[in-house]
Structures are given as structure tokens and as C-alpha cells.
Design a binder for this molecule. Structure first.
Ligand code: NAD
Length: 333
């Protein structure tokens, strides 16, 4: 077994944070989870779980107290494309506060290493206008023209990490996630991402029914199963690479193809109805993993169809459980 470390995961009540805590515990570490809320679908396996608001400097000092070796800073106000295009001011303000206060608190409390979860939304939008997009290399974030709000705020927090290393020698790692999906992730309510939203819609549709898709469905993306994401996070934290690194797959699909894969898994034939007024984000986005392979000698490798099969199964089951609970409630009245 590796040496036990004291680790902090912020955003531990959220999707990636929850999976990460489970994996770090399985690896034998002592883990504190922090969030505004507890995980929604399963209890956390953290040794300590604290409800704190990391927009406040004093809460960040509490979160990072007690001799933490490493901090995985995953807390953020975020959601799918509908959410991040609707709320520029509140998302930017909340995340700027979280990241600035978390970096400073971690430094003051003598944390040895700090990982910041950035996003593919930092990439220059003019390099993502074609569905046949050239995979994005880390340097394609500049000259800066990121996604309004969420992308700008992530790009600046990346810079802040660099300044903390330059001015204080504070060890930071920067990870640019490309669309993470998997079981135990939000699948309804407006914050869900495309794989979860599509799985939910397919599960809800009657055989031979319709499915609504935002845009013409020819926009392209790559998607990474959360298991690959967690593996990558741990490897990047352990590496000696301080600049930004992509963490995603380079298996590019259109949203229409994504729908076909999920329909196949569900064994349903559905007619696609395209809502051309719906938000769709950039036209094409893919991850270039050349640098990731060079730094880690590893890259995410779980195929989309394989990951979607487990994700769809989980969402379909959750929906059934919810429906059963609701009908029990109605019959009890
Ligand atoms: P998530 O929304 O499931 O988790 C984020 C968690 O942060 C939530 O549980 C939320 O309650 C918590 N949080 C928000 N504000 C907080 C505050 N003030 N104090 C304490 N906790 C707070 O999102 P996720 O998918 O698990 O994403 C984790 C990180 O990865 C985020 O930084 C996100 O921006 C980044 N990211 C994710 C994806 C993806 O595809 N999931 C893509 C790019 C970047």
C-alpha cells in the first residue's frame, strides 16, 4: 500500500468529488469532504464531511485546517450548457470567490499541493466553430476568447494558480476536464449534461416516440467516463507537471450519434426532434491528448458505448425507483 495521506476534496457532495472520495478512501487515505450539500444518491465514504460555504474565506480556512497534504478543489457553481449560458454573473462571482479563497487558505495552512479543476470551456471559441474540429491542444486557450462567464472565470483561476507558484512556490496542478459523465451524476433539474439528459429522455420516451435535441444535433464533443476522470486526477496530482493539462477522451461524436448509442443500449427506436432555439455551445470540441500522454504515459480509454451502458442503466433504475416512490405516496393519500 502507498503511504497514507491527509486529503481534502471540495465539491465532495457533487458528481466527480463523490467518486473521487470513494477512490481515495479505497486507496487507503484519510479524506475530508466539503460541500454545501451531502451527496444526493449515496452516502459519502469520507472520514469527515463538512458543510461549508467556500465562497467565504473563513470557511476555506476551516476546510484546509489540520495539516492537509493535498487539496482537490472541485467545488464550483456549474451545470450543463443551458445553465452556464443562462447565469454569467452569479456563476462567475461564486467561482471566483471559491477559487481565490481556497488557494489562499490552502497556502496559509501549509497544504503541500493544490489541484484546480478547470474546463475545456477555457478554449478560444474561434477554434471550435467546425464540427470536424481539430482536437484542442493546451496552447489553444490563447489568445483568450473563452466561453462567457464560466470559461473566463476558469481561465483566470488557472492564471492565479500559476501566480501562486511563481510568487510563493505553492505547488499547483491544473486539469482541464472535457465532459465527464457516469452513474451518480445529476440527470434532471437543469444542471445535467448531455449524456445524462439524453439518457433520461430516452428512458422516459415510449418505444417509437420522440426525443427532443437542442440544436441540429451535428455539434460534436468527446465524453469521458468518471472512472477515467478519477484515475487521471490522481495521476496528475502525483505528477510534477504544473501547467494546464487536458483530461478527456478523443473519441469524437455528434450529439445525434450520442442519441443513437443510447437508443441502441435501451433497445428503443425514437424520432429525433431538433429544437434549433435550444443552447448548444460551441460547434465542435475535442481533446488533444498528446501532452497528457507525454506527461503521464496514460490517457482515458473507456469507450463511450461502454460508459453509456452503465450510465443509462443507472439513470433508468433511478427513474423507476422515483416513480415507484411517487405512486406509493399517491396511494397512501
Ligand atoms: P457538481 O456540480 O456535481 O459538483 C460541484 C459541487 O460543488 C456541488 O456539489 C456543489 O454543491 C459544490 N459547491 C458549489 N458551490 C459551493 C460553495 N460555495 N461551497 C462549497 N461547495 C460548493 O460538478 P462536477 O461535475 O462534479 O464538477 C466538479 C468540478 O469539475 C467543477 O469545478 C467543474 O467546474 C469541473 N468540470 C466538470 C466537468 C464535467 O463534465 N462534469 C467539465 C468541466 C469542468
Amino acid at each position: 500500500m502507498q503511504t497514507q495521506k491527509r486529503l481534502l476534496v471540495t465539491g465532495a457532495g457533487g458528481f466527480i468529488g463523490h467518486h473521487l472520495v470513494r477512490r481515495l478512501k479505497a486507496d487507503g487515505h484519510w479524506v475530508r469532504g466539503v460541500d454545501l450539500k451531502y451527496p444526493e444518491y449515496e452516502a459519502s465514504s469520507a472520514d469527515e464531511f463538512e458543510i461549508l460555504d467556500l465562497r467565504k474565506a473563513e470557511d476555506c480556512l476551516l476546510a484546509t485546517r489540520g495539516g492537509m497534504d493535498e487539496v482537490y478543489n472541485l467545488a464550483a457553481d456549474m451545470g450543463g450548457i443551458g445553465y452556464i449560458t443562462a447565469f454569467h454573473a452569479s456563476i462567475s462571482r461564486n467561482n471566483i470567490l471559491i477559487n481565490a479563497h481556497m488557494l489562499e487558505a490552502a497556502r496559509q495552512n501549509g497544504v503541500k499541493r493544490f489541484l484546480f479543476s478547470s474546463s475545456a470551456c477555457v478554449y478560444n471559441q474561434s477554434k471550435q466553430k467546425d464540427p470536424e474540429v481539430k482536437p484542442l491542444r493546451e496552447e489553444d486557450a490563447y489568445p483568450a476568447d473563452p466561453e462567457p462567464g464560466y470559461g473566463w472565470e476558469k481561465l483566470f483561476a488557472e492564471e492565479l494558480c500559476r501566480y501562486y507558484y511563481k510568487d510563493y512556490g505553492f505547488e499547483t496542478r491544473i486539469v482541464r476536464f472535457h465532459n465527464v459523465y457516469g452513474p451518480l451524476g445529476t440527470y434532471e433539474g437543469g444542471k445535467e449534461k448531455a449524456p445524462a439528459a439524453i439518457s433520461r429522455k430516452v428512458a422516459a420516451a415510449p418505444v417509437g416516440g420522440e426525443i427532443e435535441i437542442w440544436g441540429d444535433g451535428e455539434q460534436t464533443r468527446s465524453f469521458m467516463l468518471v472512472d477515467d476522470c478519477v484515475e487521471g486526477l490522481i495521476r496528475i496530482m502525483a505528477s510534477d507537471y504544473r501547467d494546464a493539462l487536458n483530461l478527456g477522451t478523443d473519441e469524437l461524436v455528434t450529439i445525434n450519434e450520442l442519441v443513437d448509442i443510447v437508443c441502441n443500449i435501451a433497445g428503443k427506436r425514437l424520432t429525433k426532434r431538433h429544437d434549433l432555439t435550444g443552447p448548444q455551445g460551441v460547434r465542435g470540441r475535442n481533446s488533444d491528448n498528446t501532452l497528457l500522454r507525454k506527461v503521464l504515459g496514460w490517457e482515458p480509454s473507456i469507450h463511450l458505448a461502454q460508459g453509456l451502458a452503465v450510465t443509462y442503466k443507472w439513470i433508468a433504475l433511478e427513474r423507476k425507483k422515483k416513480e415507484a416512490a411517487q405512486s406509493e405516496l399517491v396511494s397512501a393519500r
